[in-house]
Design a protein around this ligand. Sequence first.
Ligand code: 2NE
Length: 270
Amino acid sequence: ISWIPAAEFTDILYHKADGIAKITINRPEVRNAFRPQTVEEMIKALSDARNDEKIGVVILTGAGDLAFCSGGDQKIRGYAGYADAKGVNRLNVLDFQRDIRTCPKPVIAMVAGYAIGGGHVLHMLCDLTIAADNAIFGQTGPKVGSFDGGWGASYMARLVGQKKAREIWYLCRQYNAADALAMGLVNTVVPLARLEEETVQWCREILENSPLAIRCLKSALNADCDGQAGLQELAGNATMLYYMSEEAQEGKNAFVEKRKPDFTKFPKRP
Ligand code: 2NE
């Protein structure tokens, strides 16, 4: 695949090719830990991918072979979050988590090396995870004075079960790729040298399928866990599909044409 740079950023790389967007956290010197700037850039890139009608799938990854992401940058962690350039403390990774979750296009984590702490939560939030055989997974919160009680806890339990989720959070152990596959944390494990090739192959297979069906399935699978926000996403798709029908167009046309709508020709389906 011939990636084409899609925008210039400081902390991330952003590429596109063949209907796929790729967001790469580019801070290998800190194992791709994120700071508020990194997160802001990921939010912008994901928003661009979401709004680009040529893009059907997004890959999230980290630069180099040593880490996908090691979570929040502990060196700039302040009193109440991670300090931005103005010194304001933030936890804006939570906004990015929501954006991954609500993006109507699949987001695929491509993991080489460590997916740790807040980086582990990011891969969990992605629709699919393709892991290299050198991948290592785990949470560190209770060791470093942090935790993620949102999807980081509850969605993890949906993925691996309550007992395993409690083990992962309480003991802060590290798990290799085979462990992660066995507990349902990742979709497949491939040799490091084939990581991108395999991930792109999964993307291409998704791109062959109906984007509307995938969009509705993502929101349906989200709705099972996401309460009223999840239902809103799913219902938003139902509204979009309804807008695309002749029946809904009749309502809108009648209003614009200042006449009574005629819905009589539309079937009352069983
Ligand atoms: C990731 C891990 C296991 C890698 O270990 P290793 O041995 O391969 O590398 P090393 O030497 O630890 O790290 C290489 C350089 O990267 C920095 C290190 O400090 C080191 O730099 P120097 O000291 O040599 O200059 N580095 C690595 N991770 C960093 C980080 N997160 N922030 C800043 N610098 C980092 C090992 O490095 C590790 O365990 N890292 C810490 C993982 C961690 O605890 N992350 C934060 C969890 S909390 C969180 O992410 C969070 C949350 O819980 C809730 C909301 C938002 C965020």
